[in-house]
Design a protein around this ligand. Structure first.
Ligand code: AMP
Length: 542
């Protein structure tokens, strides 16, 4: 027997419709690419996005066509998203930190028709325009004045398109399973693969992230969305903020500590989200000032493991709560969060720390499990490693154009490629990427755990651990350290620092100091590049 409730397709245009009606005057504030702080409202974004929908329809965009954005977080970027998604076309976010070859590969694979971009990226587009045969138009998120002299011939100004089209476009009216967004994975192995979100999956992800133990946003929040819209949909913030009417602050191109601090304070931000490196930069800047964080209450940090030093500094020095989160492009992205259960909340801050360092528990809507290499169960004892698998209505079921073939197992689970433990309280902890875990004498060593401890050394800016071939043990850990500016240290100092904090057989066989630990396009340590750089390195223990 079917239920008798209304058929109200879960399409994301309804989120902005809602914001425009019920939170019409709530602000969206952007540090613009041109420089000044620009203010608009949800009603303003809605009206302009509808005009932009009419404009792209006039440029020939049909339902199902892919329209790309190569842009910083801004109000104009949000308008482009909703303009595309509202008419049933697919918004494809491009990561500007990728190399030109990767960008061209992704644009061609997606067969993008239009690229919305900021003036910042015109040089790379101009240089590679001839390699993007499907792209018919480049629309620059700016006015005619700032477009003048732009490097791409024939590029259009979004402001002119908005001025010259009416706002009468009708959004929605299609099935909720219609594709809505496309984001390629970082492609650390092989070519990047496209994750194709649907309206329904984004809508459901929005509702799940609004749970109190997930992001718990409200109309009383002011949210600084530092995590880029091109990195897994800004972790859903451009949907969840309008859904609840939270004021939204967009940092544009400036994500250095000083610029972030300025926005946090002048806009009275209460909540923010970003990868650890952004917060490391903010904390480093804060230490050079007497500034306080007078309104910020909570930051969600994920994308890579959060070092203890960040959690402590936010708590001890600035009274800000850190919520550690895990997710991936394939999971929309939020999968788990380390919000405290009542039992954990009852502990002292120090006793809560082991839980805060874990990636946490799944919300309703996400199914998680650990399996061993042959698909067997793994005990949830907080120690035994297993492959992390995930299932749910906003988890990828296949990649765009079937790249990578069938990605689900017989039970419908997606293998995340992460290795993890789950403890008796249900807290999941990532121990490594399956390809980064160090296999020593048949046992697994977590490179992430050693990195996190080493990064807590007062002289360390960043640390990375890779496995290096060893004739007897298969692989042994090599610790690489980038010291803070002006510091000097010996390998011995770091070995002593690690002693007693990790098992003896996890101790690195060598410590090397490097000028730079390379980061990839989404701010994670680029282990592929490190492994290349150390391809000829031999351990002293061999
Ligand atoms: P991406 O799709 O680029 O967001 O990358 C997803 C991957 O980032 C995951 O599969 C994890 O390996 C890693 N990751 C995300 N969040 C965390 C976290 N909190 N701690 C450790 N690794 C993480």
């Amino acid at each position: 027997m079917r239920g008798l409730m209304q058929d109200w397709p879960l399409t994301v245009d309804k989120i902005l419709d809602h914001a425009a009606e019920w939170h019409a005057g709530r602000e969206v504030v952007t540090r613009s690419v041109e420089g000044p702080i620009v203010r608009t409202t949800y009603a303003g974004i809605h009206e302009r996005a509808k005009r932009l929908s009419n404009a792209i329809k006039a440029l020939g965009v049909q339902p199902g066509d892919r329209v790309a954005t190569l842009a910083w977080n801004s109000g104009r970027h949000i308008e482009a998203w909703y303009a595309v998604m509202g008419i049933g076309a697919v918004c494809h976010t491009l990561n500007p930190r990728l190399f030109a070859d990767q960008l061209c590969y992704i644009i061609n694979h997606a067969e993008d028709k239009i690229i919305f971009t900021d003036t910042t990226f015109l040089p790379v587009l101009a240089e590679n325009r001839h390699r993007m045969p499907t792209v018919k138009h480049i629309v620059v998120l700016t006015d005619e004045d700032h477009l003048k002299g732009g490097a791409v011939a024939g590029a259009l100004s979004s402001e002119t398109l908005i001025e010259t089209h009416g706002g009468d476009c009708v959004w929605g009216g299609f099935d909720e399973t219609t594709a809505c967004g496309l984001c390629y994975t970082s492609g650390t192995t092989g070519n990047p693969k496209g994750v194709l979100y649907s309206h329904r999956s984004n809508f459901l992800h929005t509702l799940v992230t609004l749970q109190t133990d997930v992001m718990g946003l409200s109309v009383r929040d002011t949210v600084l969305a530092v995590v880029p819209m091109f990195h897994a949909n800004a972790w859903g913030l451009t949907f969840s903020c309008p859904a609840v009417g939270a004021k939204l602050v967009m940092p544009g191109p400036k994500m250095d500590g000083e610029s972030i601090l300025e926005l946090l304070e002048t806009e009275a931000v209460t909540f923010s989200a970003a990868v650890p490196t952004v917060w490391q930069m903010l904390l480093a800047h804060l230490r050079t000032t007497t500034a306080r964080l007078t309104t910020l209450k909570r930051v969600v940090i994920g994308g890579s493991a959060v070092p203890e030093a960040i959690i402590r500094a936010f708590h001890d020095d600035y009274g800000v709560e850190v919520v550690h989160a895990w997710g991936m492009t394939e999971t929309s992205p939020l999968g788990t969060l380390s919000t405290p259960t009542p039992e954990v909340a009852a502990l002292s801050f120090d006793d809560q720390m082991p839980y805060k360092l874990k990636q946490g528990r799944p919300p309703a809507g996400v199914q998680l499990r650990l399996t061993d290499d042959i698909g067997g169960g793994v005990p949830y004892d907080g120690h035994t490693f297993g492959r992390l698998q995930i299932k749910g209505s906003f988890i990828a079921g296949a990649y765009f154009k079937s790249e990578g073939g069938d990605i689900l197992d017989a039970d419908g689970f997606f293998d995340t490629g992460d290795v993890a433990t789950i403890d008796a309280e249900g807290y999941m902890q990532i121990t490594d990427r399956a390809k980064d875990v160090i296999k020593s004498g048949g046992e697994w060593i977590s490179s992430i755990e050693i990195e996190n401890i080493a990064a807590g050394h007062p002289k360390a800016l960043m640390a990375a651990v890779i496995g290096v071939p060893h004739p007897k043990w298969d692989e042994r850990p090599l610790l690489l350290v980038q010291l803070k500016t002006g510091e000097a240290a010996t390998a011995e100092e770091f070995m002593q620092f690690l002693t007693g904090k990790i098992a003896k057989w996890w101790m690195p066989d060598d410590v090397r100091f490097v000028d730079e630990i390379p980061l990839g396009g989404t701010g994670k340590i680029d282990k592929k590049l490190i492994r290349q750089r150390f391809a000829d390195y031999r351990l002293p223990t061999v």
